[in-house]
Design a protein around this ligand. Structure first.
Ligand code: 13P
Ligand code: SF4
Length: 325
């Protein structure tokens, strides 16, 4: 079956109500849709659960559905498969990758790890299963600080792949983790100059930033946190205006939760739509409909890799439960 971008979408009868069709397929196939906050609004609206990387992993683990359709990117669907290997996991577009995961190739990382033999390896969930298999504990932006702090101060740690998140954790915990030199193309695109101008135009707006942003941008943030933390902060805050330094998809839930508040996406450093993640945005309602209908493309993994990459993810879930996350 040819699943090249756009090929099958053209074959869909344009008169079909995709929301209705997708709901029907979910019911008849006992399927659920897990969607990340960075998905398009209409995808979030048909999802059974919308969340950040940690929430999505927790939902995948406890799912009893026959099919999990993952509206997110490859490493997230892989994590769902590792946590729930008997369930069929569908990713509407297998090419939905992640620049951060791509910035950490397994051979180079193995050599890096070998050159720091007395270090443990803490790895951000935005990495491939091969990298997870080389890690001691996985973290997400929601639990990273608490997990790092659960280790003794003198514990030597390698943190990969996001150097920005790693530097942020080092700063607020006073640690000196050795950082892999990776980053996210979306969170590195924000322009400080334009942010300062925007803030001058909206002096009462609070600046909310994801810790994948660069340090000089984070300095201007009133609040730094994961997508879920940013969303919760915007709900509770008395402020009426917010400048949002993360992928624009999150604004859909912010606006839904606080319809009278104003959310302004922070400007990228040129006129592109680069604060939209091109990988996340490969998913469409049409591809979701086709994926559920034909039960393809399926995320497949070897039992060996599932086995090798499971322990550090389970460790993260155990610690998150302990911290009440
Ligand atoms: P969280 O889902 O942990 O907020 O991370 C954002 C992200 O970049 C996911 O790719
Ligand atoms: Fe990866 Fe960045 Fe896209 Fe998240 S926003 S999936 S980290 S490229």
């Amino acid at each position: 079956m040819n699943l090249e971008k756009g090929y099958l979408e053209k074959k869909i009868d344009p008169s079909l109500d995709l929301f209705k069709e997708i709901s029907h397929l979910k019911k008849t196939k006992n399927a659920i849709i897990l969607a990340h906050y960075y998905q398009d609004a209409d995808i979030q609206d048909i999802a059974d659960y919308i969340g950040d990387s940690l929430g999505l992993a927790q939902q995948a683990e406890k799912s009893t559905a026959d099919i999990i359709l993952f509206a997110g990117v490859h490493f997230m669907a892989e994590t769902a498969k590792i946590l729930n290997p008997k369930t069929k996991v569908l990713l509407p577009d297998l090419k939905a990758g992640c620049s951060l995961a791509d910035s950490c190739p397994v051979d180079a990382f193995s050599a890096f790890k070998a050159s720091h033999p007395d270090h443990i390896v803490l790895t951000y969930i935005n990495c491939t299963a091969d990298i997870k298999a080389l890690s001691d504990v996985i973290v997400t932006s929601t639990n990273a600080v608490q997990i790092v702090e659960s280790f003794p101060k003198d514990q030597k740690i390698i943190f990969a792949p996001d150097k920005n998140l790693g530097a942020y954790i080092n700063k607020i915990t006073g640690r000196n983790m050795v950082l892999w030199n990776g980053s996210c193309m979306v969170h590195e695109i924000f322009s400080l100059e334009k942010l300062i101008k925007l803030k001058a135009q909206h002096p009462k707006a609070l600046v909310l930033a994801h810790p994948e942003c660069e340090a000089h941008i984070l300095e201007y943030a009133d609040f730094i946190g994961s997508t879920t933390a940013i969303l919760n902060y915007s709900k509770k805050s008395d402020a009426q205006e917010f400048i949002v330094l993360t992928e624009t998809g999150i604004i859909h839930q912010m606006q839904k939760a606080s319809p009278t508040k104003t959310f302004i996406p922070a400007p990228p450093n040129n006129s592109c739509a680069c604060n939209d993640c091109p990988h996340m945005k490969l998913n469409t309602l049409e591809k979701i409909y086709l994926a559920l209908k034909y039960e393809q493309p399926e995320l497949l993994m070897s039992e060996e890799l599932i086995e090798k990459s499971k322990a550090p993810i389970n460790k993260m879930l155990e610690l998150s439960a302990k911290f009440g996350l």
